[in-house]
Design a binder for this molecule. Structure first.
Ligand code: UD1
Length: 358
């Protein structure tokens, strides 16, 4: 069986890592296509090295652009790639422009399309990721959902017959990395003491595009009661320069983005996480570190329901220091994201689909 994966942005490389291992163990042929949406070494190459992901067969090198230009450039290149490799199925991951571009090309060429991390919804139509998820789920022949809540969302959109719950592959990679990563402490910025800091990331368009909002978030982080290690995504750096918002002040220490293993190390030894990233909310939960999410909704509602994640609307940043300093979640045993076998189940469901099973 020939599976063609399309990836392009940082969280997709992380999801690809356990899936590539599972495909190789099952002895299937894997063609990896990198769209080039993320091209900085720190957002791309370090993940392939750190997580030992095979080098992509093809790199489209599309780079940045407006949504239409970026997505369109991917689509016009992918037609030829799909034609050349004629895979048995196309596997797409998550909710980026790379996901929706590959989904549209695959469905137009009538190549079986599998969407991993299907069924997530923020119900916020202002988010580009929300359009990408909904369009991809409705185009897919097989929707592989991480959670029961995601399966419920797919059901309510009439997609039950094509949907399966397999668990979350980001938990597989976390389990595969956590023990090795914890063997040594993280590298901390000068003046930051072990276990006495927060880890922060901010990159979503809704938080970086408006000067007022970014300014309020920077103020909130600067006022926290412990040092904040802010891993700055290129979108954040560019927006802070454009808006004239100073990030490195008060409690806030800005460092470049890190490898996956180093982020796991940093979170493991932290007092908590403050973020607008989807993946980091779950990683904080799985490592049982309190998370504060700088959004008014989340796709990962289980982290909130179980008490380990608190949403703070970025329009109310004055509340942030009090909320972050007073987080004491009660211990829980629940593991709503699966047991670390989602990538193996993903391959089994694809085999079943291509054998004519669904
Ligand atoms: C994308 C995804 C988002 C995901 C995130 C993870 C979409 C719509 N969004 O957001 O779902 O959570 O990746 O990081 O696909 N840039 C660089 N170097 C790079 C990549 C980007 O400098 O390697 C800069 C460019 O100025 C670019 C901006 O960052 O315009 C934003 O990049 P883009 O790919 O549009 O989206 P992300 O914010 O990274």
């Amino acid at each position: 069986m020939k599976i063609l994966s399309v990836v392009g942005a940082r969280p997709q490389f992380i999801k690809l890592a356990p899936v590539a291992k599972a495909i190789s163990r099952a002895d299937h042929h894997h063609v990896i296509v990198h769209t080039g949406q993320h091209y900085d070494i720190q957002l791309s190459d370090v993940f392939f090295e750190d997580l030992q992901i095979p080098i992509p067969t093809v790199n489209l090198g599309v780079g940045s652009g407006t949504h239409g230009v970026q997505t369109g450039a991917m689509m016009s290149a992918l037609d030829g790639v799909f034609e050349q490799y004629r895979p048995d199925c196309v596997l797409v991951y998550g909710d980026t422009n790379s996901t929706v571009a590959a989904a549209l090309c695959a469905v137009k060429m009538r190549l079986p399309l599998v969407h991993l991390e299907a069924g997530l919804r923020s119900f916020n139509r202002d988010m580009p990721e929300e359009h990408n998820r909904v369009l991809t789920d409705h185009a897919a022949d097989l929707c592989l959902a991480p959670t029961a809540v995601a399966i419920g969302n797919l059901r309510s959109e009439g997609l039950s017959a094509r949907s399966r719950q397999v668990g979350d592959v980001m938990i597989d990679v976390l389990f595969q990395t956590r023990d090795a990563a914890s063997q040594r402490p993280p590298i901390l910025p000068e003046g930051v003491a072990d276990s006495d800091y927060y880890v922060a990331t901010v990159h979503r368009a809704e938080n970086t595009d408006s000067r007022e909002r970014l300014h309020a978030i920077a103020d909130g982080l600067a006022s926290l009661d412990r040092p904040v290690i802010l891993l700055a995504h290129p979108r954040l750096v560019a927006a802070s320069e454009r808006h004239g918002v100073l990030l490195h002040r008060g409690s806030c220490r800005v460092i470049p983005p890190e490898s996956y293993s180093e982020i796991v190390r940093l979170v493991l030894r932290s007092a908590g996480v403050v973020t607008d990233s989807g993946g980091l909310q779950k990683e904080a939960f799985m490592l049982r570190r309190p998370c504060t999410t700088l959004r008014s909704e989340t796709e990962w509602v289980e982290t909130v329901d179980l008490g380990w994640n608190t949403l703070v609307n970025p329009a109310s940043m004055a509340l942030l220091p009090g909320i972050v300093a007073n987080r004491r979640p009660a211990p829980v045993d629940d593991e709503p994201y699966g047991d670390g076998t989602a990538s193996v189940r993903t391959i089994q469901e694809i085999e079943f689909l291509l054998d004519g099973g669904s």
